[in-house]
Design a binder for this molecule. Structure first.
Ligand code: C2E
Ligand code: CA
Ligand code: CA
Length: 774
């Protein structure tokens, strides 16, 4: 239901209710007043009626008395001249309005009847009246056969009492009408007689009421004071006045009525006028309510429409007329809210698309802009990815404050050579510069200029920081037609440039670790790390002095669901490049330490050597993680050796050193893998907490026939021993080599000659078999 119809409904309902209550109240009060008035009128009328009847009876009595004194009548009675008596009675009867005149003898028998209803000598039925008559005229109502008469009995003296004259004056509709006309009698008057135990109406006034049933129901008791009664659905105030009646006659009463409905009649016009007014009020109220509601709901609907527009991102000013009521205030507030939202959204969009430090576009914004530029022009374009090799180390050692100021300055320096080109900060230490309509040569030149501006060290107070910039270039359309590809490939080129002598590199698909098949392999590896496709195999290490297998190197094996068994060289390097190596190492450490612990519990003294990569040494968490593993598997730290290649150590010695020291402090032995092929010197090794050197198999394999290699290996072993290192020779493939190594006092030998890397069960069987044979 809309606001409009609700308001209209409310107003109409209120109007109707108030009017109805008022009408009810007025009706109730008026009715009560009318009933009271009716009571008062009936009270007065009943008294008046009684007096009228008394007057009537007195008048008739005196006329009959006059007749009784008539000489001719008296002598006619005395002479029993019946005809003369009858004619005198008739004459007089007519004069007093009697319908029947009787002469009653002293014995109470009828001697003459003008109406001829009594036979001569019949008993006069109203003996009580005759008995009262000698003293004074007696009068009372008599009823019989549904009619009533006023019966007056007067004595006749001649000079002694000779008889009685009775006159019957009919009390009928005509008489009642006459009485009504003479006085203030109400219209509703009835005369009722109680015949056969019930009240019957025997005469009616001019009204067309039927009041008698109101007293008929009550039996003997009469409503002597005014009472309210409903007759045929109409309301009356009713009062009964009992009339004097002969003892031989049934009781007779006058019933007076006051019609409340009739009294209300004049007010009907008022009621009709009231209803008309109500109707008019309703119409006016409805129109008014509708107009007011429309005045409120229209602007509200407009505001709602504006809100929906805002929801859809349209911040046009609110379309609502200026008014100075509450709605106007709402519209104004709404409008300023819209402005505020617009500004805030612009702010948020800026924040979402810009780097707060440099104010340059961020990666996602840059990607979108580059994509738009690529869509618009179809000439050559180039994306230059600028990286600062030293930036992560600077932030790590000097903090983000310096880092942010440095990046800010780099952003500004870049804008020189880049000119109007789009510059964005795409990662913490990388900026992208997009050059539309650029030949590869121009792109390369621009890259060189960028290197140039970044070659000046960054200065701040006492600091002087070399940034070691490099630029990777991806060309469009040669290396890709969409922004995401270009960004990724420029990134690959940058990685190549960062490690190279030449600081500018153009993308080369051959070195791209993100080639789709390699990426999918990494996805598979991630799944394998969670499943059971990986296994750790172990290659025995032979202790040459004792001839016992007292160690093993753990080497990871992956049986790929589609490609079958994969050599570690295929996926370990890839995992290093794609950042998956830490998870792989975690898996290897877990599996290796668990196995070492099982061997320890089985009473087998096997030291487990596990390979870790350069990236792992950048992980400050590594020592703590290994400590936790050792603790959970209840393994002594000296049961584990970590093998690290020379090249891994050389990558970021500053970061690796503290990790290595913490590992060594925990009692974990470190071994330099592939020793001899790298450039590390003994002098450098002295600074590292290393316990073992593993001579690379490139020197070991040719031992049998290369005198030179024999010399190298022999001097390494001697020098290492002199400096306190253990030495393992790996890649021992023939007995001659093994003999030579034993001869020069090398500590351990590892190679296919002794055993290939194998699953744990095979390893256990191999060791058990050797122990039996020795
Ligand atoms: P590596 O650490 O130098 O491991 C020794 C490699 O030489 C193993 O190859 C082993 O099978 C092989 N080998 C052992 N004896 C002989 C021999 O007499 N002659 C010859 N020609 N080769 C021998 P694999 O298992 O293919 O591992 C290759 C490399 O993959 C390893 O070289 C290591 O750098 C890496 N790798 C293997 N497992 C892991 C691992 O769990 N973690 C990490 N980070 N790298 C691993
Ligand atoms: Ca190794
Ligand atoms: Ca090795």
């Amino acid at each position: 239901m809309t606001f409009r119809s609700r308001l209209a409904l409310f107003l109409v309902a209120i109007l109707i209710v108030v009017q109805a209550l008022t009408a009810g109240l007025v009706y109730g009060v008026t009715r009560r007043a009318l009933i009271d008035e009716g009571r008062r009128q009936l009270d007065v009328a009943s008294g008046a009626f009684a007096r009228q009847l008394d007057d009537l009876s007195a008048r008739v009595a005196s006329s009959v008395q006059v007749l009784s004194l008539d000489f001719a009548l008296r002598s006619a009675i005395a002479q029993r001249d019946r005809d003369t008596v009858l004619s005198a009675l008739r004459n007089h009867g007519r004069r007093v309005g009697a319908t029947q005149m009787l002469l009653v003898g002293l014995d109470g028998r009828v001697e003459a009847d003008t109406a001829g209803r009594f036979a001569e000598g019949a008993a006069f039925p109203y003996a009580d009246l005759v008995a009262r008559a000698p003293q004074q005229p007696a009068a009372a109502v008599v009823a019989a056969n549904g009619r009533a008469n006023w019966m007056v009995v007067v004595p006749v003296f001649a000079p002694d009492l000779v008889g009685y004259i009775a006159a019957a004056i009919p009390v009928d509709d005509a008489l009642l009408a006459k009485l009504q006309a003479q006085s203030a009698l109400p219209k509703e008057v009835e005369l009722a007689a109680r015949e056969g135990g019930r009240w019957h109406a025997i005469a009616r006034g001019t009204g067309n009421s039927a009041l008698t049933p109101a007293i008929a129901a009550r039996g003997d008791t009469l409503p002597r004071s005014p009472e309210l009664a409903t007759l045929d659905g109409r309301e009356y105030v009713v009062q009964a006045v009992p009339l004097d009646h002969s003892r031989s006659s049934p009781a007779v009463a006058a019933v007076l009525g006051y019609s409340v409905d009739a009294a209300l009649q004049p007010y009907r016009a008022v009621a009709i006028a009231w209803a008309g007014l109500l109707g008019f009020g309703l119409v006016v109220g409805l129109i008014g309510a509708w107009l007011i509601a429309r005045g409120v709901s229209r602007p509200v609907e407009r505001l709602a429409a504006s809100a929906r527009r805002i929801e859809a991102g349209d911040y046009a000013p609110v379309d609502a007329p200026a008014r100075d009521d509450e709605i106007g205030a709402l519209a104004a507030a709404f409008d300023s809210m819209t402005q505020a939202i617009r500004e805030r959204e612009a702010h948020i969009v800026h924040q979402a698309t810009h780097d707060p430090v440099t104010g340059l576009a961020n990666r996602s914004a840059a990607e979108a802009s580059i994509q738009r530029a690529l869509d618009d022009v179809d000439g050559d374009a180039a994306l230059l990815m600028v990286g600062l090799e030293r930036a992560p180390a600077i932030v790590k050692t000097l903090g983000h404050g310096v880092g942010d100021r440095l990046m800010h300055e780099v952003g500004q320096r870049l804008s020189g050579p880049a000119g109007a080109a789009l510059i964005a900060r795409v990662t913490d230490s990388q900026f992208a510069v997009f050059l539309p309509n650029t030949s590869p040569r121009d792109a390369h030149n621009c890259a060189l200029r960028l290197i140039d501006v970044l070659s000046d060290p960054y200065r701040e107070a006492e600091l002087r920081l070399d940034l070691a910039p490099a630029v990777g270039i991806a060309l469009s359309p040669l290396h890709g037609r969409d922004a995401a590809t270009l960004l990724r490939r420029a990134d690959v080129a940058l990685i190549a440039a960062l490690g190279a002598d030449e600081p500018v590199a153009i993308y080369d698909a051959a070195t791209d670790p993100h080639r789709p098949e390699r990426l999918s392999l990494m996805g598979d590896l991630q799944r394998a790390l969670g499943g059971d496709a990986l296994a750790l195999h172990f290659q025995p290490k032979l202790h040459l002095a004792s001839g016992r297998i007292d160690g093993a190197e753990g080497l990871v094996r992956w049986s790929h669901p589609e490609r079958g068994p994969l050599a570690p060289d295929v996926f370990v390097g890839l995992a290093e490049e794609t950042g998956n190596i830490r998870r792989l190492t975690r898996w290897v450490l877990d599996a290796g330490i668990a196995q070492a612990s099982r061997w320890q519990s089985a009473g087998r003294a096997v030291r487990v050597a596990l390979n870790v990569s350069a990236r792992d040494l950048e992980d400050a968490e590594l020592p703590r993680r290994i400590a936790t593993l050792l603790a959970t598997h209840h393994l002594a730290a000296d049961r584990v050796v970590l093998e690290i290649t020379e090249s891994a150590l050389m990558r970021d010695p500053e970061a690796a050193l503290p990790v290595l020291h913490r590992l060594a402090d925990q009692g974990i032995a470190l071994s330099i893998d592939d020793f001899g092929v790298g450039q590390s010197s003994f002098a450098y090794l002295r600074r590292l907490p290393v316990r073992e050197l593993k001579i690379d198999r490139a020197f070991v394999a040719p031992l049998a026939h290369s005198r030179e290699d024999r010399m190298i290996v022999k001097s390494i072993v001697e020098l290492a021993h002199a400096l306190g290192y253990h030495v393992t020779a790996e890649g021992v493939e023939d007995p001659a080599a093994l003999d030579y190594l034993a001869g020069i006092g090398c500590d351990h030998a590892q190679g296919f000659l002794i055993a290939r890397p194998m699953a744990v069960s095979a390893f256990d069987a191999f060791v058990a078999a050797r122990e039996v044979s020795s």
